[in-house]
Design a protein around this ligand. Structure first.
Ligand SMILES: *Cc1c(COP(=O)(O)O)cnc(C)c1O
Length: 402
């Protein structure tokens, strides 16, 4: 029954289904079992240290490794074209695994001026307490990254398309600048998904996902992962997995693997629905602007067309008039889309991000960065995660509330 998928030739749709999985050798079960055990019986009584863990080590203890989680790690590594992957209990645990495992006191890190709010706040509130200095840079301008590099810069962290502006960063251009200065590059690839962009193939050293979003895809499991070289993942495993301990539960790994199997198919549908809804919104009399990488109106559409194999389902739009008042009406009256945070689910999700509130709570920006933010966002944007419902039904749902 041993079946060995040829992972060097299999394409993403096949890897998403079969990667990291094989029929159960004991029962022949075609679908994977969930292994919930927190410990493992051994007949080798000699001691075993977590610092000696390798990919081939037997399973010993649930925090050090779990077969169901390992299977998802193999699938994600294959989808990102990475040597290895480590899963964590959330996207934030994956981000802190990168930042707190690879940086030390005296190091400097470049973070995006606008990115997922949790990561912006981790950079602002947590890293300086450990003696790590940060620069917040508009990474969509590669020259700004070059200007911020210092001799002690160890890491450049990117988020593209970025939350909530849907502004892009040229990963290959920034990777060259970072590497010339001796820094590693990590990319938060949550918005693009591995089907949209493979940052490692563009020169990045690490890629992270909130698996809670597109990869899981159904809004029922929180998780995160980091994909990178075997050597970097080994460093993360010892530090973040074994010492910090924010591991993914086997049940969530099983749910996320089940979602990942249909990721390529879902991303196609997310893109198709987003193109239709984006065009429709652009023509709507209440709409001021739409930011979606797949539309020619996006200021970086050319970069999107070369860097992304799929434009994903994330867009932002601005309304004419008072956004906050419109948000109240929209939240109260939508019948299909859910007014909620999060993204990447089969259900359409929308929420309003008022500029003044966001700049005060998460993104303290300098004058030029704030001007650029406002150029995209005005007083506020609606962040829309286009789900898998019929686009015509979504248009009718929004038409009734805009
Ligand atoms: C949601 C999200 C995160 C954090 O992930 P959690 O699973 O919520 O911890 C990080 N980055 C991006 C871009 C996200 O959308």
């Amino acid at each position: 029954m041993a079946r060995n998928l040829d992972t060097t030739t299999a394409r993403p749709a096949t890897l998403a289904i079969h990667g990291g999985e094989r029929p159960d050798p004991a029962t022949g079960a075609s679908s994977p079992n969930i292994v919930m055990s927190s410990t493992y019986v051994t007949d080798k009584p000699e001691g075993f240290s977590a610092s000696e863990l390798t990919e081939d080590s037997p399973f010993v203890y649930g925090r050090w490794g779990n077969p169901t989680v390992r299977s998802l790690e193999e699938k994600m590594a294959l989808l990102e074209g990475a040597e290895a992957c480590a899963c964590y209990g959330s996207g934030m645990a994956a981000a802190s695994a990168i930042l707190l495992s690879l940086l030390s006191a005296g190091d400097h890190v470049i973070l995006p001026d606008v990115c997922y709010a949790g990561i912006a706040e981790l950079g602002r509130d947590t890293l300086p307490r450990f003696g790590i200095s940060i620069s917040k840079v508009n990474t969509s301008r590669a020259e700004d990254v070059a200007a911020a590099m210092r001799p002690e810069t160890k890491l450049v962290f990117l988020d593209t398309p970025c939350n909530p502006l849907i502004r892009l960063t040229d990963i290959a251009a920034v990777a060259k600048i970072a590497h010339d200065g001796g820094a590693l590059v990590a990319v938060d690839n949550t918005f693009a998904s591995p089907i949209g962009t493979n940052p490692l193939s563009l020169g990045a050293d690490l890629v992270m996902h909130s698996l809670t979003k597109y990869v899981g895809g159904h809004g029922d499991a929180v998780g995160g992962c980091v994909c990178a070289s075997a050597e970097l993942i080994r460093r993360l495993t010892i530090e973040a997995t074994v010492h910090h301990g924010g591991v993914l539960s086997p049940f969530n790994a099983w749910l996320i693997s089940r979602g990942a199997a249909t990721l390529p198919l879902r991303m196609k549908a997310h893109q198709e629905g987003s193109m239709a809804l984006g065009r429709w919104l652009e023509d709507h009399p209440s709409v001021e602007a739409v930011m979606y990488p797949g539309l020619p109106s996006h200021p970086q559409h050319n970069l999107a067309a070369t860097q992304m194999n799929n434009f994903s389902g994330m867009m932002s739009f601005r309304l004419k008039g008072d956004g906050k008042a419109a948000a109240k009406k929209i939240a109260a009256n939508l019948k299909i889309a859910h007014y909620a945070v999060s993204l990447g689910h089969h259900r359409t999700l929308v929420c309003y991000m008022p500029t003044d509130d966001l700049l005060a709570s998460s993104f303290p920006l300098d004058t030029e960065q704030e001007a650029d933010y406002r150029r995209y966002a005005g007083d506020g944007v609606f962040r829309l995660s286009v789900g898998l419902e019929d686009p015509e039904d979504l248009m009718a749902d929004f038409d009734a509330v805009l």
